[in-house]
Design a protein around this ligand. Structure first.
Ligand code: CA
Length: 611
């Protein structure tokens, strides 16, 4: 065996050669004739439906979108934005109310979160819009004035509730679970009545937000169920007292974990909860494929007989951070299957709507589509507004309630690159997606320009590899040899589509101790020639001194790539080693991973192939 150039290593190859062109052909076939014509001639306007309207973005109508399908948007931060001096501009460039702009864009329902008491003892708001009942009522009333309905999203907390935290409201801290259930009834009934009395056209009430791991400080299923039941009863009683039909939604995230979601649905059914909508969050860059989303939503609808909805989704249009407060997603040009661009945002949102409709779901809500930077020439300027008006995700005042997260990281908008407005408040053409999914658009935009990968094509990597179980899809890992230093094996096979490059499974590592292991597989090659070894890996929190690299050993001689820099979730790195081997050689392909405690990552699709 000869290592080319004394052990030639080609590291940092991000895309396998030849990826782009075959995908493009498949995409063209997917989208049909109009697209084929357009692809070679991007200056022509293509009309995608009989009622298509002129737009700078290309939107195909979603066929068979039900009449009552809801196009929703969460704008919980709007009052704080306005109070900070943010100004929104409509299509013509004129200053306009956000509510009017969204109503004009085809939004049917506004979603607003409600925290019990997002203020400290001196009346300073925690931030994130300082959304309490009174402010939700104002938002709902203004939505109604513009003909839009309201979804009220109760967190049953004084600040953000999600899978990582479900802190009880301050006033409920000393209550037992049973007392919290009573408090949930009283609070929901009073708050909902106030919001409706203010003029909001409330049609959906969400009892709890992303309650995967508990609610209002309770973590046992029994306690959570009793709070849910109490809250649901309050919604029913309030709705009937006001002579209105209001649907009750329960909300989870992590739809990429199909088994978990199905267990939650079963739990609600067996627990006898009275509700109408099983809602999920689906962020395309966090929660797996559209195929999986459709499968799960269809299954839940069949199993429970309830409606399903996507209560949160979003996609960035720019990699730029507008307020010097780091963004949650989209600091790279490609994100999953889409480019981080205006057409990419359009396409990503379109595809979520299409998947939802195909799965028989009843609505999609875009999360915080107008949370743009507040005015200011420096971060310090903006910080003053975040503190005074609650227009950042958290103010320093939230630290007393949420010391671990808000107390340390308080700041501005982590979502300013996912709005439908640029950083100066100008409406983006991507907002046309909401009307476009019904009618289509007439556009000169290249319909492919939103995609960096075809979302409908699965990578064929596994079939190509000379290694056995290269994508860890089989439970049997005996062909992979793992060696580690430390008290406990930091590795396992993980079933989680969102952390897999393809399929559902990947080789995963994490440890609270220093991580130090190798994972490798040896096969005998049967032909003389040049070979390529590569794999996909992602991860983070590995520290500056981490050594993580792909290596190849042929008859005892080893070559490896430079250390791979892991830069966070789904930022897949694909190191490559190229080498020569002869028929009968034992070829070992493996990874060495050495990193600091808390480092994590997944390795997938380990390919060994003849060049
Ligand atoms: Ca930001």
């Amino acid at each position: 065996m000869i290592m080319k150039d004394g052990g030639s290593i080609l590291s940092g190859g991000q895309n396998r050669a030849g990826n782009r062109s075959p995908l493009r052909v498949v995409r063209l076939m997917t989208f049909g004739l109009a697209v084929m014509l357009l692809a070679g001639c991007a200056k022509d306007t293509v009309k995608t439906g009989p009622d298509a309207f002129a737009s700078e973005v290309y939107v195909e109508p979603v066929t068979n979108l039900p009449r009552d399908f809801l196009r929703g948007m969460d704008i919980s931060s709007v009052l704080s934005e306005e109070e900070s001096g943010v100004v929104y501009h409509d299509k013509t460039g004129k200053e306009a109310s956000l509510f009017l702009i969204l109503a004009d864009a085809g939004i049917d329902m506004i979603r607003v979160r409600v925290w019990n008491d997002p203020y400290d003892g001196d009346g300073h708001g925690y931030g994130g819009g300082n959304c309490d009942t009174q402010r939700a009522a104002r938002i709902g009333a203004r939505a109604a004035e513009c003909g839009m309905q309201t979804l009220v999203d109760y967190h049953y907390s004084d600040f953000w509730a999600d899978p990582n935290k479900q802190m009880a409201p301050k006033a409920w801290e000393k209550l037992s679970a049973a007392e919290k259930a009573d408090a949930a009834y009283t609070y929901t009934a009073e708050s909902l009545s106030a919001i409706m009395n203010a003029g909001a056209d409330v049609r959906i009430v969400q009892i709890g937000n992303e309650i995967n791991n508990g609610m209002a400080g309770e973590t046992t299923e029994g306690a959570v169920l009793s709070i849910l039941k109490s809250a649901a009863r309050a919604v029913r009683d309030t709705a009937s007292a006001q002579g209105k039909e209001i649907r009750i939604a329960v909300h989870f995230t992590g739809v990429d974990d199909r088994g978990m979601i199905e267990r939650k649905a079963k739990w609600l059914t067996e627990g006898g909860l009275d509700y109408d909508i099983f809602g999920v969050s689906y962020y395309p860059f966090w929660h797996g494929s559209l195929e999986n989303l459709k499968t799960v939503l269809t299954q839940i609808r069949t199993d429970t007989g309830k409606e399903t909805m996507i209560l949160e989704t979003s996609f960035p249009y720019t990699t730029q951070d507008g307020d010097d407060s780091g963004n949650s997603a989209g600091d790279t040009k490609e994100l999953g299957n889409y480019y981080v661009s205006v057409q990419g945002q359009t396409q990503a949102v379109h595809d979520v709507f299409a998947a939802a409709a195909e799965a028989g779901a009843k609505g999609v809500f875009y999360w915080e589509g107008a949370w743009i930077p507040v005015p200011g020439s420096s971060k310090a300027d903006r910080q003053k507004l975040w503190e005074a008006c609650g227009s950042g995700w958290a103010s320093s005042y939230a630290g007393v309630y949420d010391p671990e997260d808000a107390g340390r990281y308080y700041g501005g908008s982590s979502w300013d690159n996912q709005a439908f407005f640029d950083h100066s408040g100008n409406l983006l053409p991507s907002v046309d997606v909401f009307k476009g999914i019904r009618t289509g658009t007439a556009s000169k935009a290249d319909p492919m320009s939103g995609y960096c990968k075809d979302p409908h094509v699965q990578a064929p990597a596994q079939a190509e590899s000379l290694l056995a179980n290269p994508g860890f899809e089989d439970e049997d890992l005996s062909m992979w040899e793992v060696s580690f230093n430390g008290a406990k094996d930091p590795t396992d096979r993980q079933t989680k589509e969102a952390d897999a490059k393809s399929g559902e499974n990947a080789f995963h590592f994490w440890s609270a101790q220093a991580v130090d292991f190798t994972v490798e597989q040896t096969v005998k090659v049967t032909e003389n020639g040049t070979y390529v070894a590569t794999a996909a890996l992602q991860g983070g929190d590995v520290g500056d001194d981490a050594d993580i690299h792909l290596y190849v050993r042929v008859n005892g001689k080893e070559a490896g790539t430079d250390p791979v820099q892991l830069t966070g979730w789904v930022n897949w790195k694909e190191p490559v080693v190229e080498f020569d081997a002869a028929a009968g050689d034992d070829v070992t392909v493996g990874f060495l991973v050495k990193c600091k405690p808390g480092g994590w990552g997944t390795i997938d699709d380990v390919v060994l192939a003849r060049k």
